[in-house]
Design a protein. Structure first.
Length: 465
């Protein structure tokens, strides 16, 4: 298991001062002797079926990756890390304990990058919310709003990050990284729902800002701590950084093991390119390398054998935060049934976000967004282009409207004639509509499936309804 040991090149405990020439000389000497400075190997543990399959293969000596024929030894994994968004499903948190027990059995260190406590983040977030309201009232929108709130945050840093971590760790006889992980020290952002509600941010249906801010960035902050503690340099930067050492061929990239199945090649290629572009880490996708698809995962999870014991992990479900915009509407119905308070918070969040982005919906659904859809509605409402014959057919009426109006004009006219047509569909309406179409579905039926965008094939129950 990797430990943070202060580098001898540091001038003092906790200091970033260093002799860069000495560090480079040490690195070059190591290169001449053989291997470069070794990076960390981290298993990104999402607590879902993909991660569970990787862990099941690892503990049984069956995991292969990075083009190697021999199986991965558990000692090669420095840490398995789960980064909490602050709103995870209860069944995912139960899976955390089960997967942690397997990792313990083979000596792999695992930790959760927790969010700060409500006592730590709420006063700060309340002040930030007041600034948001002030800026909104003053007419700030778009880039002006973003720049103004960034300026406020520079002057009002997150208080939970400013702690004497070494003193706390020493008093408890624990590692610094362990204490920081437990106390929210790797998260710059509060829990995802509270943050987005305060900021009135709409999640992009095709974007990945949630993953970056609440998953990737905290793990990078952890990596930054490791590079500082072991080699006296930060993670990123053109100089004095692990990134610079990698570029000069003096250090290895950190390896991040990610759970994506063989039938998710589009996501895999996107993720691989994104990580390579960072310059200090690279992604490994062992399930893809081994040809394991979503449907294959069940075979692995149903029969896990370790130290003479047999485990069935096939009841582990698709993971994700409760407000994931990729989730099927059925998951939001489950949320309303099982976590009504959280569902109400999400519904409130959408309405607040709509004050900044009137057409936004948490599921990316707006009744009419295109000229193609607006024109037939305008025709049905009686709108005619100048010069339209009195006895024109519906097809001719729509054709003339297409020529007369551009997209913005068509949507503007529709908004005046039928305001509801261009309004967002609120999550309560979407869930009600889903329930009408699926009147016999149970909570178990829904959560035993995955999200459509990745095709997870979860089959076993957790909730009973």
């Amino acid at each position: 298991m990797a430990r943070f040991e202060q580098a001898s090149l540091l001038s003092g405990r906790g200091s970033r001062a260093l002799d860069l020439e000495a560090l480079l000389a040490q690195a070059k000497a190591q290169v001449r002797r053989g291997p470069r400075l070794k990076g960390l190997t981290i298993l990104s543990n999402g607590l879902g079926r993909d991660s569970a399959t990787i862990i099941a293969l690892l503990v049984q000596g069956k995991l292969r990756m990075d083009g190697r024929r021999e199986p991965v030894d558990p000692s090669e994994i420095d840490f398995a890390i789960f980064s909490d968004t602050g709103h995870e499903w209860a069944y995912s948190l139960i899976a955390r304990a089960r997967l942690g027990a397997l990792l313990d059995a083979v000596g792999v260190a695992h930790l959760t990058l927790e969010k700060p406590t409500a006592r730590q983040y709420r006063p700060w977030l309340k002040r930030k919310g007041a600034e948001v309201e002030r800026l909104m009232a003053a007419g700030y929108r778009g880039r002006d709003f973003t720049n103004a709130i960034k300026s406020w945050q520079r002057d009002n840093p997150q208080p939970w990050l400013d702690q004497d971590w070494e003193a706390i760790a020493a008093a408890q006889g624990r590692d610094v990284w362990e204490v920081k992980a437990e106390r929210g020290g790797y998260h710059r952002r509060p829990p995802i729902l509270e943050e987005r509600d305060t900021m009135r941010w709409g999640t992009s249906f095709m974007g990945h800002a949630c993953t970056i801010g609440h998953k990737i960035d905290p793990i990078d902050a952890f990596l930054n701590d490791w590079t500082l503690a072991t080699h006296g340099v930060g993670l990123k930067g053109q100089r004095d950084s692990w990134q610079a050492l990698v570029k000069q061929g003096l250090a290895e990239k950190h390896r991040i093991i990610i759970g994506m199945a063989a039938d998710e090649q589009t996501r895999i290629e996107r993720g691989r390119k994104s990580m390579e572009a960072a310059g200090y880490k690279r992604a490994l996708y062992p399930l893809s390398e081994m040809g394991i698809s979503k449907d294959d995962e069940g075979k692995v999870l149903r029969d896990v054998r370790l130290n003479g014991e047999r485990y069935n992990l096939d009841d582990i479900k698709k993971s994700g935060c409760m407000m994931c915009h990729y989730a099927d509407l059925g998951f939001y119905w489950v949320l309303r049934q099982t976590e009504p308070k959280t569902f109400a918070q999400i519904a409130q969040y959408q309405r607040r976000a709509n004050e900044k982005a009137p057409k936004w919906s948490i599921k990316g659904v707006v009744r009419v967004t295109t000229k193609r859809d607006a024109i037939p509605r305008l025709a049905a409402l009686g709108l005619r282009a100048p010069g339209t014959p009195k006895k024109a057919s519906r097809q001719e009426i729509e054709k003339l409207l297409h020529k007369w109006l551009d997209k913005d004009q068509a949507l503007e006219r529709l908004a005046k004639l039928d305001p509801q047509a261009v309004s967002p569909v609120f999550i309560e309406e979407l869930v009600d509509d889903w329930r009408k179409k699926n009147p016999k579905a149970t909570v178990q039926d829904v959560i035993s499936k995955g999200y459509d965008h990745c095709g997870a094939a979860n089959r076993c129950p957790f909730y009973r309804s």
